[in-house]
Write a protein that binds this ligand. Structure first.
Ligand code: PLP
Length: 502
């Protein structure tokens, strides 16, 4: 493809993307295809000779788009959203145009320096304590990762290393250090609440440590006393809790752990690395009314939120902040001869390769910069307020039909978790039977609504309670769409429970 062909193809691609967005409301959210649909439609091997863009674009239209689940549709109410926006897309376009695998500062200084600048901007916007800034006396700073799961792997490995180093502190004999390290390593336990995302368990698996869960309270949040008790029990068993993930906005219900209480436990256990997973709901910290949530974060070691979930930056932009970069560098820095350069040697530059798993890295700061500048802080805040107001409207609909539904967890951040009542239709059953019936009906209603393909929802199970989650964080969210989703839910209850509802 030469420059002129690129110009023409890019214009056609942009036109198609705009048309896609302008017609997305009317599309079925989930595709009507069967597993394995694609391979029979494509040749067995790439073409020998290059093809014209028009031919390729036609196949994209006819074969790929029909197999997409439309995450950007306002009828996509599942999981957590993955916001895509035009300024973010422009950032992706330039990022691939420049394609610099900027692992060291010298590999493309602007890539590193813009990342540091936009993450410092974000750090302040989120009201994180100054210790997470790149200029902090503790040597903190932010780095963009691909996902919240990757971020947890990084900090868990850093925490493991820091813990083991501390265990062998003062010992000079190499063999003794090895012995202590090997012995302690087999006893390390990473912790998360029963509601923490599975990524902490996965990170423990990758890092070769044990994993244990801590019970949550009735509001699904981790409390200080339960954590203290768990740590005590593990220590009594001869194990060594070294890492904790606490959560701002759990996946099932958007619960917020009791950070002040956890901070007290962290102070009692100075070797415990505390990580805050705010993958989705962390975005809300840019709003004045949520800023108080960060007051105890200076007692923690790291914080991560995904701008690619709810803050208008297309996937991937997981923003990890650490109070000190030293444990990351101690754990992850390996400098073979070919990576040495005069700038790294001076120690005056940041080489982000030491803050992540891969060596090469993309220019992800660009799309964050474009989004922040195009929307401004006010625009980003408006997006959050708007999507939360759509969530509030949906919550009102659910609460307005208490004869059919009950809310399972306090709705927040645009997420409503609810189920069909076990006594719907006036059926009189005992408590246990009612709960069983509620689970069965909720599952059937959920499956029926999703099978229709007009909207897409997800479900969860909370302490044996089967529930439906509706989340409204997409940029195109509007009340009329959730009203339609609610109508479909009501209709499904009518059909599944065999009751006439008005
Ligand atoms: N943490 C929480 C609270 C989440 O809800 C999720 C995913 O939804 C994750 C972590 C994992 O996110 P990622 O896909 O960025 O790894």
């Amino acid at each position: 493809m030469n420059s002129q062909e690129f110009r023409e193809a890019a214009h056609k691609a942009v036109d198609q993307i705009i048309d896609y967005y302008e017609t997305i409301d009317g599309r079925r959210v989930t595709p009507e295809i069967q597993p394995g649909y694609l391979a029979p439609m494509l040749p067995d091997a790439p073409p020998q000779e290059g093809e014209a863009w028009d031919v390729i674009q036609k196949d994209l239209t006819d074969k790929i788009i029909p197999g997409l689940t439309h995450w950007q549709s306002p009828n996509f109410l599942a999981f957590f959203p993955a916001n895509a926006t035009y300024p973010g897309m422009l950032g992706e376009l330039y990022s691939s145009a420049f394609t610099c695998a900027a692992f060291n500062w010298i590999c493309s200084p602007a890539v590193t320096e813009l990342e540091t600048v936009v993450l410092d901007w974000l750090c302040n916007l989120l009201n994180l304590p100054p210790c997470y800034l790149s200029t902090s006396p503790t040597g903190g700073g932010g780095v963009i990762q691909g996902s919240a799961s990757e971020a947890i792997v990084i900090v868990l490995v850093a925490a493991r290393d820091r813990y083991l180093r501390q265990c062998a502190e003062g010992v000079t004999d190499e063999r003794e250090i090895e012995r202590i390290t090997a012995e302690k390593r087999s006893k390390l336990v990473a912790l998360g609440s029963t509601q923490a995302h599975s990524s902490t368990q996965k990170a423990a698996l990758i890092a070769g440590t044990k994993f244990a869960t801590v019970e949550v309270d009735k509001e699904y949040k981790l409390r200080g006393e339960a954590l203290r008790k768990k740590i005590r029990e593990l220590k009594e068993e001869g194990l060594e809790p070294f890492f904790l993930t606490c959560t701002l906005g759990t996946t099932s219900t958007c619960a917020i752990d009791a950070f002040d209480e956890i901070a007290t436990v962290a102070q009692e256990n100075p070797n415990l690395w505390v990580h805050v997973d705010a993958a989705y709901a962390g975005a809300a910290l840019i709003l004045p009314e949520y800023k108080h949530l960060t007051t105890s974060f200076s007692h923690f070691d790291s914080f991560d939120m995904n701008m690619h979930k709810w803050l208008l930056v297309p996937f991937d932009a997981s923003c990890l902040f650490v109070k000190s970069r030293k444990p990351l560098l101690d754990a992850l820095s390996i400098t073979p001869f070919f990576l040495r350069n005069q700038f790294s040697e001076t120690g005056l530059v940041t080489d982000y390769r030491d803050w992540q798993i891969p060596l090469g890295r993309r220019f992800r700061a660009l799309k964050i910069w474009f989004v922040m500048r195009s929307y401004g802080v006010v625009g980003m805040q408006k997006h959050l307020y708007h999507t939360m107001s759509v969530g509030e409207a949906f919550k009102g609909m659910v609460r307005g039909r208490e004869d059919l539904f009950e809310v399972v967890a306090e709705p927040r951040f645009g997420l409503t978790v609810f189920r069909v009542r076990g006594d719907v239709g006036g059926v009189e059953v005992g408590k246990e039977e009612r709960s069983k019936r509620a689970n069965g009906l909720t599952k059937e209603v959920y499956e029926k609504v999703n099978a229709g393909g007009e909207v897409y929802l997800t479900s969860t199970v909370l302490g044996g309670v089967y529930a439906i989650r509706v989340v409204t964080g997409a940029p195109r969210a509007e009340e009329r769409f959730v009203r339609r989703a609610f109508e479909l839910l009501v209709k499904a209850v009518e059909e599944v429970a065999g009751v006439a509802v008005e």
